[in-house]
Ligand binder design. Structure first.
Ligand code: MOS
Length: 732
């Protein structure tokens, strides 16, 4: 099905099942420990051996030799596969560095061997007996130093960017020079780790020349193609299965070393092999969100109308890696006639940088929205009023391009009212509650709304059960539930009559989970398959497909009503289709908006920051399930609080690795750190987004929240920290 606009009514609009705050149907499996995650697939591979991955202890250079003789004699060892006896493996979708094979070391903890043994402990013990001789080379590890040599990013590069190099509108320098009120400030954001609960993990088993990988991955379609290429097999010889994924946040968008090494080790040993990456390997072997240095300049008239705005960002990456697209939202968020956005990329030899939840917008808004706060103060304007004054209904860089639906102002106004913003003292450092200095801060939220082609297969069984099959993943987001809701609505059956099967590469290719496109795109794909199934049911039962109403387990038209199941009484009916998004994206800009409000307390003696309460108001199209959507938004708010206050991969700039490579050294906040979180969704639909009229929220919640926290800390203390995370040493 080709989609251009869903202006007319459709069965989803009945909202009998869709739009309800339904509990997650996978919830009880996850909370009772019965959801089978990749590393726990004893059911499919009871005889699996354990692979332990050895990472390079240099950041750059070559491996001269690897001596495995002692390791091979160690108790329980079945085999060792090294990078020197493996030809270099091709890179998969979005891989920056090579994952395995050959003697070149591109970054610290690049995989150089996998030791396979009967138990995990035996494999780990034997890995210490592997002797590696390196020829190290000097590398570049410090962004601050290398920023001076950073190169401009070509206009068409950048992940999800659609053109993210230098972009100029009007005369920025001239307008900035003439503006009566100006701000010119430079900020830094830190390298961050996805730190998902479930590590990257895979069980691989060969049956003849066909390999199955039970793995933890967000994008089965990409992973399937990538692994076929990497293992040099036709796609039908490779199967991926990921029914449950314990978080990803972008770190599992692509194939990583666990999958490749499990497959190679299983082939070499003739046994199924399971591999999980250790926490140090997650930090240094996989990807991270790259640190940035960002400069923002804003010029405005005395009344607070922005006349000039510039946002420039520098980040680093390995050769072939892209920039952190931190200037993205600045092209869309505020009006202003004279504009400049630009990115530079420095060559670094650190582990590869790549997408992490709201890549671009999360660190970009963390900076832009602090700059807006600073500018509001210079203008003597309330920060909410300053943002409302500079709202726009057209894309400022392309005045002919309108937003399909944009209610940022609605978010700002409702949020201010509900949060009690009027009580904020605009003068910082004034409010005291016992030991705590109390401050309020806010920020706007923006995240682009991408859509992806997405397919599904739907079956109607003789007992009236509707089964949905798609390679879509549920990474803790609620995919099972919203897909079931969609099929139930479309087929007119209760939720209990729907079975959802996900994550298997034998199923139709979906959007996968990433870029907050998964919920809207994958349910739209299920919608398309259901439209087809409805047609064949109507035909079978002698109805005109356009007149037939599917409701209460029946198909009705005129004075006829027939049980749905009857259509499948002599055999299951199957339909498959996908949604493809057409030209609308060129005529309308579809984006998501929000406003964050935060109250913090800062201890007057220790400068410890505690978040006391938070509110997000989101304008993100139809909300398919307010309960799972709320969980996504508050999870994003917690994660962004980490970026604001604690999260930082500490770079060893001499040896080129992230030193705090576990969850003891890399601190993340949890929900218990934030006693009150509220989310309000504006009641809206966006017919330009998909037949579901929904958009994404999974990344909107993290977009802007770090700035709201930083602005609250400033309001509490009067100290403006321009370097994240705002640890207490920066406040004393
Ligand atoms: Mo997201 S960073 O595209 O999983």
């Amino acid at each position: 099905m080709k989609f251009d606009t869903a202006a007319g009514p459709n069965p989803i609009d009945r909202l009998k099942v869709v739009g309800k705050p339904t509990d997650r149907i996978d919830g009880k499996f996850k909370t009772t420990g019965t959801a089978p995650y990749a590393y726990e697939r004893h059911d499919v591979a009871p005889d699996a051996a354990y692979g332990y991955v050895l990472g390079s202890s240099i950041a750059k250079g070559r491996v001269r030799s690897i001596d495995t003789a002692l390791a091979r004699q160690a108790p329980g060892v079945i085999g060792v596969v090294t990078t020197l006896d493996t030809p270099r493996i091709e890179r998969g979708v979005m891989n920056v560095a090579y994952l395995f094979g050959g003697d070149v070391i591109q970054h610290y903890h690049q995989a150089i061997a996998v030791v396979v043994a009967e138990t995990f402990e035996q494999a780990r013990a034997a890995s210490f007996l592997v002797k590696v001789d390196y020829a190290p080379e000097d590398g570049k590890f410090d962004l601050a130093t290398e920023a001076k040599t950073a190169e401009p990013v070509p206009a068409d590069s950048g992940e999800g960017s659609g053109g993210n190099g230098e972009e100029r509108i009007g005369d920025f320098e001239g307008a900035f020079a003439q503006a009566p009120v100006t701000l010119d400030a430079t900020y830094r954001t830190a390298d961050e780790s996805h730190a998902m609960m479930e590590p990257h993990a895979t069980v691989a088993a060969w049956a003849g020349d066909r390999v199955t990988l039970w793995t933890s991955n967000q994008m089965i379609g990409w992973g399937h193609g990538s692994l076929a290429k990497m293992l040099d097999l036709p796609k039908e010889k490779v199967r991926l299965d990921a029914p449950y994924v314990g978080g990803g946040f972008g770190g599992k968008l692509f194939v990583r070393a666990d999958a490749v090494l499990a497959a190679l080790a299983a082939k070499a040993t003739g046994r199924p092999v399971k591999v999980a990456l250790t926490r140090p390997l997650i930090a240094n072997n996989t990807t991270h969100r790259p640190a940035t240095i960002q400069r923002v300049r804003i010029g405005a008239t005395q009344d607070g109308t922005i006349t000039a705005i510039a946002h420039e960002s520098t980040s680093g990456n390995l050769p072939d890696g892209g920039p952190e697209t931190a200037v993205n939202q600045t092209k869309y968020l505020y009006a202003g006639q004279n504009r400049l956005t630009a990115m530079k990329l420095a060559r670094l030899d650190l582990p590869e940088g790549n997408a992490m939840r709201a890549p671009g917008e999360a660190p970009g808004l963390a900076v832009l929205e602090v700059a807006m706060d600073e500018m509001a103060e210079k203008l003597g304007l309330d920060p909410v009023a300053f943002r409302i004054r500079n709202d726009t209904q057209v894309v400022p860089t392309e005045p002919d391009l309108r937003f399909s639906h944009r209610d940022l102002v609605g978010c700002l106004k409702l949020g201010a009212e509900k949060f009690g913003w009027a009580k904020r003292n605009p003068k910082p450092g004034q409010v005291r509650d016992g030991q705590w200095l109390v401050g309020l801060g806010m920020a706007a939220a923006f995240r682009d709304n991408m859509v992806m082609k997405s397919g599904a297969r739907v079956r109607l069984g003789g007992d009236g059960t509707v089964t949905v099959e798609t390679d879509m993943t549920d990474i803790g987001t609620g995919s099972y539930t919203i897909i079931a809701q969609t099929a139930a609505e479309m087929m007119g059956v209760p939720l209990e009559k729907v079975v959802v099967r996900l994550g298997d590469s034998d199923f139709p290719v979906s959007s996968g989970s990433g870029g907050q496109f998964g919920a809207n795109s994958s349910t739209a794909g299920v919608y398309a398959a259901c439209v087809k199934l409805r047609e064949s049911i109507a035909q079978k039962l002698g109805f005109n497909a356009t007149d037939a109403v599917f409701e209460d387990g029946e198909v009705r038209a005129g004075n006829r009503a027939i049980p749905l199941a009857q259509a499948a009484s002599d055999g299951e009916l199957v339909a498959e289709d996908s949604i493809e998004f057409g030209k609308f994206s060129k005529t309308q800009q579809v984006s998501t908006f929000g406003a964050h409000f935060v109250e913090v307390g800062v201890d007057v003696d220790t400068a410890e920051v505690r978040v006391r309460r938070m509110l997000a108001v989101c304008a993100a199209g139809r909300i398919l399930n307010p309960k799972s959507a709320r969980s996504q938004v508050i999870g994003g708010m917690v994660m962004g609080t980490g970026a604001a206050l604690m999260e930082e991969l500490a770079v060893d700039t001499k040896r080129g690795f992230f030193a705090n490579h576990d969850l003891a050294g890399y601190e993340v906040p949890v929900h218990a750190d934030i006693p009150h979180q509220e989310v309000i969704f504006l009641d809206e639909t966006d017919p330009m987004s998909s037949p579901m009229k929904a958009k994404g929220v999974g990344e909107l919640g993290i977009s802007g929240i770090a700035a709201a926290v930083a602005n609250a800390v400033y309001n509490a203390t009067g100290i403006r920290v321009r370097e994240y995370p705002i640890t207490l040493d920066k406040l004393i």
